[in-house]
Design a protein around this ligand. Structure first.
Ligand SMILES: [Zn+2]
Ligand SMILES: [Zn+2]
Length: 473
C-alpha cells in the first residue's frame, strides 16, 4: 500500500514537473522574445522582464546564474557544485536548501533546458552584448529620428502643395468666370441690340399704319361735312331754284395704304440667330483668331510666299531676295508680319498633311544668320513634326509627344503677360503642349515649312483667316 502511494505521488510529481517545465519553457521563450523584441526597437528595455528571468535562473546558494544546473526531486534548481558542496559533510538524509524537503538519497537530475536558457541569459547580459545592443539601439533610434524628420518635412510639403492647389484652383475659377462673363456680356449686348432693332422696326410699321389711319379718318370727316352741305342743298331744291352747286371744302387725297409685308418684317428675326450671333461673336472674342500675314522680308530664299501673303511653301532653288537683316539665311524659316509684346493672341495655321514642319513663336532678337537649335534658350517656342508622325515640343532636348491623331490645323496661343505659349489641335481644340516659361519681350509668329526632300509636290503652310474655325469632334 505504502509503496503504491509513494509510486502515485512520484507520478504526480513527475506530471507536475513536466507541466511546470512546459510552463517554464513557454515563459522563458515569451520573456526571451520580449527582451529581444524590445531591445531591437525601444531605447528603454523594461528592466523587470530581464531581471525576473535572471532571478528565475539564479541559484539560491551562490546567488549567481546557475552553473551546470541540476534539479532536485522537489523541483528546485541549484548549481551542481553548490548543492554538492552544501550536502558535503552531511551524514544520512539531506535536505533541499530552499524548501527543506528531506531526501534519503542524494539524487538530482541535469536539466538541459535550464542549462541552455542560462547560457542564453549569460550571453545576452554580457558587457559586449549590452554594448552592442546599446549601439544598435542608438542607431535604430537615429534612423527613426531621421525617418520621422523626413516624414514631417514631407507632411509640410504636402500641406504646401494642397495650399497651392487650392490657391491655383481659386485663381483659375476667377479666370474661367471672367471669360464666361465676357461671353455672356457679348450675348447680352447682341440680344439687347437685336431686341431694340425689332422694337424700332415694329414702331415704324405701326407709325406708318397709324399715320395712314389718321389721314383716312380726316378724309372721312371732310367727306362727311361736304355730304352734309350737299344734303342740305338737295333738300332746299324743293322750294328754291338751285343756280349752282354749293361751296364744298377741298378734301384731302389719301395715299394708298402702306404695305405691310409680314415676311419682310420677320425675315431678319426668323433666321438662324444662334449661328449668326456665333459668327458675330468672333469679332468680339479676346483673343479671337488673328489674321496673320507672312513677312516677306524675313523669308529664307528657299521659301516662296503667295501674293496675299497667307501661303508659304519651300522650294528647291533660291528665289530672288532683297538684302535684309531680318531675313533667315541658314534655316528655311519665315515670320509673320505681326509681332506681339503684350496681351493674349491666338492664330491658326493649316499644315495639311505636310510631313515636316516647325511652328511657334520666335523672339524678335533671334539670330537669323546662323544655324541654331530651336529651343526657349535660343528664343524659340515651337512644336515640330518630323517623318509625318513624330511630334515633339521644341525643348532642349526635344519632348516627344504621343498624339492620337495628326492635326491638319494647329492653333497657337500666346499669353505675353503669363509668359505662356500653347499649341492646340485646331480641329478639336485639344491641347498638344504648353510652354510655361514663355518669352519676355516682343515675339513673332514663327514658321518653318522645312525642306521635306520628298518627291511629292511640297505643300504650303497656310495662315487661316476669319471666318472662323469649325470645331469638329
Ligand atoms: Zn550555485
Ligand atoms: Zn526544494
Amino acid at each position: 500500500m505504502i509503496r503504491d502511494a509513494v509510486q502515485r505521488s512520484r507520478v504526480q510529481l513527475r506530471e507536475t514537473f513536466l507541466q511546470t517545465t512546459d510552463e517554464t519553457v513557454d515563459s522563458l521563450q515569451r520573456e526571451g522574445a520580449l527582451i529581444m523584441a524590445t531591445a531591437a526597437v525601444s531605447p528603454a528595455v523594461p528592466p523587470s522582464a530581464k531581471n525576473s528571468l535572471r532571478e528565475d535562473l539564479t541559484c539560491a546558494i551562490c546567488c549567481d546564474l546557475f552553473r551546470d544546473p541540476v534539479m532536485l526531486d522537489c523541483m528546485h534548481h541549484f548549481c551542481r557544485p553548490c548543492i554538492s558542496r552544501y550536502w558535503r559533510g552531511t551524514q544520512g538524509p539531506v535536505t533541499c536548501p530552499q524548501c527543506r524537503k528531506v531526501f534519503t538519497c542524494r539524487q538530482f537530475q541535469t536539466n538541459y533546458l535550464v542549462t541552455a536558457m542560462v547560457e542564453k541569459v549569460r550571453a545576452t547580459t554580457s558587457q559586449t552584448y549590452i554594448q552592442n545592443l546599446e549601439k544598435q539601439l542608438k542607431e535604430t533610434l537615429e534612423s527613426h529620428r531621421l525617418r520621422r524628420e523626413d516624414y514631417i518635412n514631407s507632411l509640410h510639403r504636402e500641406k504646401d502643395k494642397m495650399e497651392t492647389i487650392k490657391r491655383s484652383g481659386a485663381d483659375l475659377q476667377v479666370r474661367v468666370k471672367a471669360e464666361f462673363r465676357a461671353l455672356h456680356q457679348i450675348l447680352d449686348d447682341e440680344e439687347s441690340c437685336m431686341l431694340e432693332q425689332l422694337r424700332r422696326e415694329q414702331e415704324d410699321e405701326l407709325e406708318k399704319v397709324q399715320r395712314h389711319l389718321e389721314a383716312v379718318k380726316l378724309a372721312v370727316r371732310e367727306l362727311e361735312e361736304n355730304m352734309k352741305v350737299l344734303q342740305q342743298a338737295s333738300a332746299s331744291t324743293d322750294h328754291i331754284i338751285l343756280t349752282e352747286l354749293p361751296q364744298l371744302r377741298p378734301y384731302t387725297q389719301v395715299d394708298a395704304a402702306p404695305e405691310f409685308d409680314i415676311n419682310t418684317f420677320s425675315n431678319k428675326y426668323m433666321a438662324p440667330l444662334q449661328y449668326i450671333t456665333w459668327r458675330k461673336m468672333f469679332k468680339s472674342l479676346k483673343p479671337g483668331p488673328s489674321p496673320l500675314t507672312f513677312d516677306l522680308d524675313t523669308a529664307h530664299p528657299s521659301v516662296r510666299v503667295s501674293r496675299d501673303k497667307t501661303l508659304a511653301v519651300e522650294c528647291d532653288g533660291m528665289t530672288w531676295h532683297s538684302e535684309n537683316n531680318k531675313r533667315f539665311l541658314q534655316c528655311v524659316n519665315i515670320l509673320a508680319a505681326q509681332g506681339f509684346h503684350t496681351g493674349r493672341h491666338y492664330w491658326e495655321v493649316e499644315v495639311g498633311s505636310k510631313p515636316k514642319w516647325d511652328l511657334g513663336v520666335a523672339s524678335e532678337a533671334v539670330d537669323r544668320h546662323s544655324r541654331i537649335k530651336l529651343g526657349p534658350e535660343s528664343g524659340y517656342w515651337t512644336l515640330r513634326l518630323r517623318n509625318r508622325n513624330q511630334y515633339s515640343a521644341g525643348t532642349q532636348p526635344w519632348t516627344r509627344l504621343q498624339l492620337g491623331s495628326s492635326p491638319q490645323r494647329l492653333g497657337i496661343f500666346l499669353d505675353c503677360e503669363e509668359r505662356r505659349v500653347s499649341f492646340y489641335n485646331a480641329d478639336d481644340m485639344s491641347l498638344l503642349y504648353s510652354f510655361a516659361n514663355g518669352p519676355r519681350g516682343k515675339v513673332f509668329p514663327f514658321f518653318s515649312p522645312c525642306i521635306s526632300g520628298s518627291s511629292q509636290e511640297p505643300q504650303p503652310i497656310k495662315l487661316l483667316h476669319y471666318p472662323p474655325v469649325w470645331l469638329s469632334g
